[in-house]
Design a protein around this ligand. Structure first.
Ligand SMILES: Nc1ncnc2c1ncn2[C@@H]1O[C@H](COP(=O)(O)OP(=O)(O)O)[C@@H](O)[C@H]1O
Ligand SMILES: [Mg+2]
Length: 270
């Protein structure tokens, strides 16, 4: 099943005034959205609203036909998979395998999704290890595997690739793309634009608890001024496409390769 996600005029905070001010956002079923914005802009707060960890003080949050406020956490977990910004807030079991298996077991799901998720994220080799014996990026992959194994129709991932090398990022991109192609809705908080380019079709920028920008990812990732205002620059494939004025406005590596293959290029005579 696949579900859209909607915030309608939402205000939310942590008791001392609102952190989010009148935020409305519609993410269609099967859409992939990246949330950008400076530290403290409210990205994590928005992400936590989608799983009911933060409750709106006004307005409404819905996932499909469910008002999030009226649902228990275990019900919501069937629809929304959430990867915490800090993996260490999410991990608790003694082995990687047990940690990944916990969610599916609570939902009464068959265990085969666990082995598949471990394999998909390159964790099979460390399935017996203690999560805290792994480096930070691998711990993040463990939390992601746990969420993927639950098979939710909506994935909310808070900085899923922070500190990742290319290889680990590619594992997450591939896993997420498979889900998106099968209709899963994805909301990812990320400043890793190489990841955003490969995984998101739409970008929303938050500023001071409100939505400042809502654009096609392809347009935003090629807009150097807009990215510089966030202290960012175009991801590598987009940067190359811009410098070489490649056709098709590539932002993904495969698009850039295709555009380069198609470009007529003649070596200078000397
Ligand atoms: N648990 C909390 N208690 C009180 N204030 C918080 C808490 N979490 C976040 N905030 C505040 O809410 C604002 C938005 O934070 P957050 O949603 O984490 O932003 P972002 O993820 O964009 O960095 C910040 O001013 C932050 O200090
Ligand atoms: Mg955050």
């Amino acid at each position: 099943m696949t579900f859209g996600v909607r915030l309608e005029r939402v205000r939310a905070g942590y008791g001392q005034g609102d952190v989010l001010h009148d935020v409305s956002l519609d993410v269609a079923a099967g859409e992939s959205l990246a949330l950008l914005g400076a530290n403290g802009a409210g990205k994590t707060t928005l992400a936590r609203l989608l799983i009911g960890l933060v409750r709106p003080s006004a307005g409404r949050v819905t996932v499909g036909d469910w008002d999030v406020s009226g649902r228990r956490p275990d019900e919501l977990a069937r629809r929304v998979g959430y990867v915490f910004q800090h993996a260490d807030h999410q991990l608790f079991a003694r082995t990687v395998r047990d940690d990944v298996a916990f969610g599916p077991r609570c939902l009464g799901l068959p265990g085969d999704g666990v082995a598949a998720a471990l394999e998909e994220l390159g964790l099979s080799r460390v399935a017996g290890a203690h999560p805290y014996d792994l480096p930070a990026p691998a711990r993040k992959l463990v939390t992601l595997a746990g969420v993927l194994a639950m098979g939710a129709g909506v994935l909310v991932l808070d900085e899923p690739t922070a500190g990742f090398d290319h290889e680990s990022r590619e594992l997450v991109v591939a896993a997420l793309r498979r889900r998106i192609e099968s209709g899963v809705t994805a909301v990812v908080v990320s400043h890793d634009l190489a990841f955003v380019a490969e995984a998101a079709e739409r970008i929303v920028v938050m500023r001071e608890g409100a939505i400042a920008t809502d654009r096609r990812a392809r347009d935003m990732l090629r807009d150097e001024d807009a990215l510089h205002a966030l202290g960012l620059g175009p991801p590598p494939a987009a940067a190359l496409g811009l410098r070489l004025a490649l056709s098709g406005s590539p932002v993904r590596i495969a698009e850039c390769v295709a555009a380069l293959r198609g470009a007529r290029w003649t070596a200078p005579a000397v």
